[in-house]
Design a protein around this ligand. Sequence first.
Ligand code: FAD
Length: 307
Amino acid sequence: MLGPVILAASRSDRMRRLISAAPVTKQVVDRFIPGETVADIVPIIKDLTAKGLELTMDVVGEDITTPEQATAARDAYLALIEHLEQLELGERVEMSVKLSMFGQALEGGHELALANVRPVVEAAAAIGTTVTLDAEDHTTLDSMFAIHEELRKDFPQTGCVIQAYLFRTEADARRLAASGSRVRLVKGAYKEPAEVAYQQKHEIDKAYVRVLRILMEGEGYPMIGSHDPRLIAIAQELAHKAGRKLDEYEFQMLYGIRSDEHLRLAAEGHRMRVYTAYGTDWYGYFMRRLAEKPANLRFFLRSMVSK
Ligand code: FAD
């Protein structure tokens, strides 16, 4: 019940101002977004990779309103890539980007987002790694898939995300699996209407398994983005049935969520990539994490009251 309310708040400027300014918020936010600058995040990258984990880095931010902010987003990723070059971790650390942060919703946004994200993908390729395009709300996806296809002409390793809760996703999965893409499958984190998306958890879980089967049996590289133990077990079973070796798919989880499971899967020989977000514009990302688990909201509210 609370999830949709929190997701609606995640798009409210008034709530953004209130929560971002609350004195105790930062310490609660740190669980999910463990730094604000590249300097904060480099020790975390070193620590997690030393533990056998791989990473996908997200500079938090979305729904920007000026072209200058889009350029700043591009530059933030380019600065990160410069630091990564020195760490020489290659594809063990890739990038995740939200096209709305690169200007997708502005006038001429499709071209603008493509123009801003291309240098990031190029710079990533130059240091032996890649970029995955996150999936945002359903109205942005045709543009995201078109940008993905365009980038793949020069950088075939560029990945994208599909969301099990959307009715369209089985068809997207078939197309992407046939073209040999790197595809992260997630349940979906936005508030979507019943015309386009399943609303019930059990329906979303069933759709997740159907799509997972398509990806595992296809020609691409599936990236299983979930913390759900049942789906992780099913993914292992489907990978085995499809004859995939351990390096022919990977698991992905979010920083700060089920961290023991990250290490357990890596210790079993799986590729385990941790989605690690950092930066100052954390509001939207943080609110989606609250919406996914009501206990997070209780913890957050308690921390405000106890201050
Ligand atoms: P759930 O059934 O929600 O969770 C299973 C269990 O995991 C829960 O019982 C709980 O123990 C734990 N858990 C899950 N979420 C939380 C949380 N926030 N706090 C504490 N515990 C939690 N969504 C998009 O729409 N677009 C994207 O591009 C996108 N990228 C993602 C990348 C990665 C690597 C991951 C893991 C998720 C991404 N998501 C994205 C979010 C995703 O859509 C889900 O909202 C999120 O993963 C929760 O679903 P779940 O599969 O973990 O299952």
